[in-house]
Design a protein around this ligand. Sequence first.
Ligand code: SF4
Length: 435
Amino acid sequence: MPTQLQIAKTGTITDEVKLVAQTENVDAELVRAELSAGRLVIPANKLHLKTNLRAIGIGRILATKVNANIGTSSVSSSAEAEIEKMKVAISAGADTIMDLSTGGNLDEIREKLLAQCPAPFGTVPIYEVIQGREVEDIDCQIILETIEKQAKQGVDFFTVHAGVLKEHLPLLETRVGGIVSRGGALLAKWMLYHNRQNPLYEMFDDLCGIMAEYDICFSLGDGLRPGCIADATDQAQIAELKTQGELTQRARQKGCQVMVEGPGHIPFDQIKYNMEIGLQICHDAPFYVLGPVVTDIAPGYDHITSAIGGTAAAFYGASFLCYVTPKEHLGLPNADDVRAGVIATKIAAHAADVARGLKGAAERDRNLSIARFNLDWETHLAESLDPQTAERMHREACKEIGEDKLSSADYCSMCGRQWCSVRINKEIRENIKNK
Ligand code: SF4
């Protein structure tokens, strides 16, 4: 069975391509052509498609997509809590889910999550390879077996840190933060212990065989991404990016779909350059950025620092934003943190889509604005990105002005009736109309 990429190259439009085109109101032939060129991916494991997956596309001709990471750790490992977080993330608008579990029974957690996940589902298989083992003890066979097992479970995209090479490691010496990627750090430890090349790089062709068999999309991990703005765009990051570019070509030649993961912590003024070289070096593969966080001094608010960076990244070239929650750098997010992270990243993605003129993106803004200026509170709240929060806040404010029905208020507690410019404008417009 060929992959979506291989089918697209024959000129055929698959059901998944049709669905992506319909969902996003774009031409199916354009989706196929972008997929064929590698500029768009449809992460859809053939087995997940047979159960509950609804295919989505990731690429510059489409709306910017948002990923939510969930997953257990060694100190918090309840499958039920992760299922709840996944549901919260999807209901808040996450387009994909990544299970980054490292604690508890990983197979059981993954299977339970996948059974209830209609969105593309990603993992970092090296986490499972390492669970319960010393990193020095892993070998190629264990890695391939784990990847094949997860493929059979229906995972749609794998983060694979195959771009971190042994020769990159001396470049880290001058860094403030070293390696902040868990996968990158573990593989670096293995390489130094065995004095050998990254096993994921060495057996990349074997990996491609498994990925192509199930049509799993590569997410070429950025194990050397900068973990603080002082390390941004340094030699180690760029060296890995070049290897990611080489691997992108190799994977495509084997029929695999590829996304490329990018930084990280990047000052705002370096984001444009990072997106441009990311796309150029990696042959226009959809760029999947983790943030980027634009300042390091806001623990507790990194959903905001990353949303600032996310808008710039999506404006300048990224197709896919990984959310960051307020708990980033501080602890495992709970369901409320997940929700806050998804909403912040949806705002970032949408703001970029409006700014880059994506067809139809500003329509929702226009609808909300019309409702706002008509004092049509119900439509105003319903059109918002987070109606639940908007409605709660407005109800609280209505109480302050003695209104119990949302639709009856012709001003709000922010300015008060006499100072409500929206209400006054409504009167002015009516006056003009009646003259
Ligand atoms: S009172 Fe102020 S904030 Fe509230 S609707 Fe009127 S103009 Fe807007």
